[in-house]
Design a protein around this ligand. Structure first.
Ligand code: C5P
Length: 225
């Protein structure tokens, strides 16, 4: 298969990972969840008792951090010093911590380099906040997925309820607003739509609708698909 890359960006809870995983499966390519990498850094900080906002402390930790991404069918596993932390990093606290470590430029540089390396070695669909603008600016397909904040909070509630949790709608909604605010206004690589990205408002679209729309865009832009 000729090399190509699909970049998917958008705010918290816009459905990027669900959709990107499904597109990866349909096309037989690798899905890379870059948010999980920021979450892993936040997890390591919290584990070591360092605040994710403490730039000097985070940079020291980054030096000793042994992070490994294993692309697999149906998603990716993320290993820290050989321990599989994929499921442990999906909490609200770690999401907020990820948003804080994501403000630090050297963290972005290190993770960005790892992400580019993966795209060099595999055909990927990669989701995050700065993939189309910074990590893979020459990706063949760029999508910016958005949805209204109430809809995004509803989707997050559904995910947490499916895991047996009893989330509070108001606090989930507030956390999403706070993360949008952080991600869109940080100094280094803030979340924004790449000029050449296709904007998809998924508020009233089903997962299948969004997957089919992205597959259609891929067929138009990549001759091998
Ligand atoms: O997508 P997810 O909710 O797992 O991302 C967690 C946080 O990681 C985001 O709110 C964002 O601050 C940060 N992130 C980032 N750049 C990326 C992916 C995630 O700054 N490419």
């Amino acid at each position: 298969m000729k090399k190509f890359a699909i970049a998917v960006d958008g705010p918290a809870g816009s459905g990027k990972s669900t959709v990107a995983k499904a597109v990866a499966k349909k096309l037989g390519i690798i899905y890379v969840d870059t948010g999980a990498m920021y979450r892993a850094v936040a997890y390591f900080c919290i584990y070591k008792g360092i605040s994710p906002s403490d730039e000097v402390g985070v940079l020291d930790l980054l030096e000793e951090m042994n992070l490994e991404i294993q692309p697999q069918e149906g998603g990716q596993r993320i290993l820290l010093d050989g321990e599989d932390i994929t499921d442990k990093i999906r909490t609200q606290e770690i999401g907020q911590g990820a948003s804080n470590v994501g403000k630090i430029q050297s963290v972005r540089q290190k993770l960005g380099d790892m992400q580019r390396e993966m795209a060099k070695n595999h055909v990927v669909i990669m989701d995050g906040r700065d993939i189309g603008t910074y990590v893979l600016p020459r990706a063949e397909v760029k999508i910016y997925m958005d949805a209204g904040v109430d809809e995004r909070a509803k989707r997050r509630m559904g995910e947490l309820e499916a895991k047996g949790e009893k989330p509070d709608f108001a606090s989930i909604r507030q956390e999403i607003i706070q993360r949008d605010e952080n991600d869109m206004n940080r100094v280094h690589n803030p979340l924004c739509k790449a000029e050449d990205a296709v904007y998809l408002d998924t508020t009233n679209m089903s997962i299948d609708d969004v997957v089919n729309e992205i597959l259609k865009i891929c067929k138009e832009k990549i001759s091998e698909v």
